[in-house]
Write a protein that binds this ligand. Structure first.
Ligand code: NAP
Length: 479
């Protein structure tokens, strides 16, 4: 393969060495479609070596909590120091608006900082076994031990911060890691590994293998030397992974068709502004993007007019342009799939309020009304800048419609009523209920993860560390 002069070349990272396998693959600039980088294509040999390194390093015993804290803290600072360069890579390989890429880097630094702090407070608890008759002379406490070798598999849409949400808590807890990012956006992962190397992470703690899920992912899934998998991606691939790994543990962060309720007493300006930003940001390719908006009939017309107004303010274009809010989708194929889903909805009676225009990989922000619950744009994860607005009369009906989904990641509720907010918290079955904001809200320290087909287990460093450690009870017989 011959490559132009300006193309950047990246490598795998195995056992503390940057490794170049025989073959490489190209990574495209998602706006221009041109190749901007290449990275090594791992074969079975490199996957084996990476797992072997992680296993040996873990088995040899490792870094103290304070050493882990220091490395993670340095990595957080390095992420901020390299903010512009990392944002450049994110915008090139994911097509994300540059201003959003900068925010992603800042959040990844936060994730590392929070994980660094958590590394110093991993602890168990005293268990009063002496309260059981016959155990009067015993004492007990729990300790939390690292689980071992963790395989982290990451998606394209938030490729830096979601890798951070796996690597940082895994290392904080004393595990070793094999990272496989998606082949659509592997370069920022290589940059992150380099930052950790520069921050003092010794060889073997973090290994990077790049290549397709069908080959590299499957090899990783089959290897018994891996103790746990932490996966973020689509439900179909998550289910396939779960079926392959037997009884080993998996943390699965999957998709959703997230909903927002706009109640009759809501601040409609606030709701419209936040819903527009959070339906269409990152071209709708966020697992908690707003996909369904249930709005009370009394305010439906007014809200829809405001939502259209806010949507029309969003600038679609070159993701490096400072004014741009929305760049291309990850591929033209994904934009075409979106176009087909909208077309199918229109044929079934849906109305296009605004949008429904595709240019190459760009899909313009689209608002639909008159949709039916069984349309793909409503019941499947659209993962595109498309939102449906649906009216309701009774709050209980809105809760029911929100819950009529195979997914359950997060939901948003706009209301000025404390009672309505608390009813929502109790009756909406999702991993998170966000009051007076859209479903798409995440602070990096909070427990984050879905119910139903949105996944298993929580991220957020403190919660991911719980998932990535084993609780062990220690009982002392003092008699
Ligand atoms: P995807 O197609 O499922 O890919 C995710 C990862 O799995 C990639 O690294 C992919 O590698 C790998 N993979 C593919 N086939 C595999 C296999 N057979 N075995 C092991 N790994 C395999 O997801 P995506 O399109 O990148 O991301 C979008 C999805 O992620 C959406 O459903 C979104 O909702 C979800 N997501 C969820 C969260 C959350 O926190 N809940 C956050 C962000 C995104 P290759 O791409 O290299 O083949």
């Amino acid at each position: 393969m011959a490559f132009g002069l300006n193309i950047e070349h990246y490598s795998l990272y195995i056992d503390g060495q940057w490794v170049n396998p025989d073959q490489r693959f190209e990574v495209k600039n998602k706006f221009t479609g041109e190749t901007f980088a290449t990275i090594g294509l791992a074969t079975e040999k490199e996957v084996q070596l990476a797992i072997e390194s992680a296993r040996r390093t873990f088995d040899q015993g490792g870094l103290s909590p304070y050493q882990r804290y220091e490395i993670l803290k340095k990595a957080a600072a390095a992420l901020l120091a390299q903010k512009e360069e990392l944002a450049r890579i994110l915008t090139l390989e994911a097509g994300k608006a540059y201003k959003e890429s900068l925010v992603e880097v800042e959040r990844a630094a936060q994730t590392f900082e929070i994980a660094a702090e958590e590394a110093k407070r991993i602890h168990g608890e005293g268990i009063p076994v002496e309260a059981s008759p016959g155990s009067e002379n015993r004492m007990a406490f729990t300790i939390r031990m690292p689980i071992g070798v963790i395989c982290a598999i990451t998606p394209f849409n938030v490729p830096l911060n979601l890798a951070a949400h796996k690597i940082a808590p895994a290392l904080a807890a004393g595990n070793t890691v094999v990272l496989k990012p998606t082949s659509q956006t592997p370069i920022v992962a290589a940059k992150l590994v380099h930052i950790l190397e520069q921050s003092g992470l010794p060889a073997g703690y973090l290994n990077l293998v790049t290549g397709s899920g069908a080959v590299v992912g499957e090899l990783l899934a089959q290897d018994p030397r891996i103790d746990m998998y932490t996966f973020t991606g689509s439900p179909a691939v998550g289910l396939n992974l779960k079926n392959k790994i037997g009884l080993r543990k998996a943390l699965l962060e999957l998709g959703s068709n997230s909903a927002v309720i706009v109640h009759a007493d809501a601040d409609l300006d606030q709701a419209a502004k936040l819903c527009a930003g959070k339906s269409f940001g990152n071209a709708g390719q966020v697992c908690i993007s707003v996909q369904r908006i249930y709005v009370h009939h009394d305010v439906e017309k007014e809200f829809l007019a405001k939502l259209v107004q806010e949507t029309q303010k969003l600038v679609v274009g070159d993701p490096f342009d400072a004014a741009t809010d929305i760049g291309p989708m990850i591929s033209e194929g994904e934009a075409r799939r979106t176009e087909n889903w909208v077309q199918e909805a229109v044929e079934g009676g849906a109305s296009v309020v605004v949008g429904n225009k595709r240019e190459g990989a760009f899909f313009y922000p689209t608002i639909l009304s008159q949709v039916q619950p069984d349309m793909k744009v409503v019941c499947e994860e659209v993962f595109a800048p498309v939102v449906s607005v649906i009216g309701y009369s009774q709050l209980a009906d809105a809760f029911r419609m929100v819950n009529e989904s195979k997914y359950g990641l997060q939901a948003g509720v706009f209301t000025r009523s404390l009672e309505a907010a608390m009813q929502a918290a109790k009756h909406i079955r999702t991993g998170g209920v966000i009051i007076n904001d859209a479903s798409q809200y995440r602070a990096d320290q909070m427990p984050y993860g879905g119910v139903k087909e949105s996944g298993w287990g929580k991220e957020g460093p403190k919660y991911a560390i719980e998932e990535m450690t084993e609780e062990r009870i220690v009982v002392l017989n003092l008699a």
